[in-house]
Design a protein around this ligand. Structure first.
Ligand code: SAH
Length: 371
């Protein structure tokens, strides 16, 4: 992978902006109104929703039960092309596939599909780039291009669910899990992400019908937005990227910590757990000699136990080194000792498997290389 930071930030950059309105931006009422504007009765709006969310098609030519005369208008006004695949790359015996998409304004975007025996997980992006500037994350090094629209988030899901269904990624299967762990900080694009979550989790024809429990929203820890998310009445899993239990180091690893401290983030996480009854995931990228000391494991275990009781699970992620960085993953014995100590405090803790390493699709690597 080419070091993102070594590339020129702008060459012939097209004007960046949100795409034209798309069917997947609309709720039921909006769909009915949009159909009415085209002179179509209400049931046509429902028919379109069945095509998009149920049959996973955004190609109006495939919607043959729509009057031929209306198709062109519908295509132009409700289904503008949002994303064009630039390429797919697979690895891990084809059980991991990364797709690079080009958006209407030239912005690049990535999503990753991972197949497991018991589930199929799609890692999606909520922004093009990211403004959170975490120094160990490739996306964070490139800065924020722009927010994605609701439809640009939703359509990543539709495309992957369709590819799975049609057997384009191994045996035909069903998309079961969504993680907002691609590019971007989901809670910095709050309204659109919550809209997208509703469309991902609502039963057809209003959405794809993926269980909210199987959707994970991962955040650097924007405390007020975590509380707001708790009050939305969605039962999604919250993941908080903590990476260290102390403010001194977190101020540099996750710069937004200067705004909301570890204690404030954990209080918000507690509110989320209490409000939703859901266990919160804590993400912790283990970095050799940076945040992997035994005393930090103890401090982490203590703080989590006291802030969240048993409503917490720690996911350790072996650091996936970004090009040009001196940082590396911790040695396996150090990792094992870290796990042991966290568990000693009564906090459940596992090490996450890292998929997609050789195709730059693993954690924190989703910075489009050809930007
Ligand atoms: N902005 C959100 C979601 C995107 S990143 C967040 O920070 O939570 C998804 C996860 O990958 C986060 O926990 C992030 O800290 C982690 N990550 C980023 N870069 C990584 C790297 N190089 N190695 C391991 N994990 C990384």
């Amino acid at each position: 992978m080419v070091g993102v930071s070594s590339l020129p930030l702008v060459f012939d950059a097209p004007k960046r902006g949100l795409p034209p309105k798309h069917f997947a931006d609309l709720d039921e009422q909006g769909r009915i109104e949009a159909a009415a504007e085209l002179g179509l009765p209400k049931f046509r709006a429902n028919q379109l929703a069945k095509h998009y969310y149920g049959r996973l098609t955004a190609d109006v030519q495939e919607m043959t039960d729509l009057p031929a005369g209306a198709r062109e208008d519908v295509a132009r006004t409700l289904f503008p092309t949002l994303m064009t695949p630039v390429r797919h790359i697979s690895c891990d015996d084809d059980s991991t596939r990364k797709t690079l998409w080009r958006l209407h304004d030239g912005t690049l975007l990535e999503s990753v599909l991972m197949r497991y025996p018991e589930r199929n997980t799609l890692c999606i992006s909520s922004q093009a780039g990211c403004g959170m500037a975490c120094p160990f994350c490739a996306t964070g090094q490139g800065g924020l291009d722009r927010n994605l629209s609701t439809a640009e988030i939703v359509d990543q899901v539709r495309a992957a669910a369709r590819a799975l269904r049609d057997g384009e990624v191994g045996e035909p299967g069903r998309l079961s899990n969504i993680v907002f762990m691609g590019m971007g900080e989901p809670l910095a694009n709050y309204r659109r992400v919550v809209d997208a979550v509703r469309k991902i989790t609502s039963p057809a024809p209003d959405g794809f019908g993926i269980s909210a429990r199987s959707v994970t929203v991962s955040t650097v820890g924007l405390a007020p937005a975590i509380r707001r998310l708790a009050d939305e009445g969605l039962s999604v899993t919250l993941a908080v990227s903590l990476h260290t239990p102390d403010d001194e180091l977190r101020d540099t690893l996750v710069p937004v910590n200067n705004r909301w401290s570890v204690a404030e983030v954990l209080e918000a996480a507690r509110y989320y757990a209490d409000t939703t009854g859901r266990r919160v995931s804590i993400e912790y990228a283990l970095i050799r000699d940076v945040n992997d000391q035994p005393w930090r494991a103890d401090l982490l275990g203590r703080k989590l136990r006291s802030a969240l009781g048993s409503l917490v699970h720690v996911n350790l992620i072996p650091l996936n080194p970004t090009p040009g960085s001196e940082w590396d993953a911790s040695p396996k014995p150090v990792e094992a000792e870290f796990v042991r100590r966290v568990r000693e405090h009564g906090v459940s803790c596992t090490v996450r498997d890292t998929r997609g390493q050789e195709i730059a699709a693993a954690c924190g690597q989703l910075a489009a290389e050809e930007k």
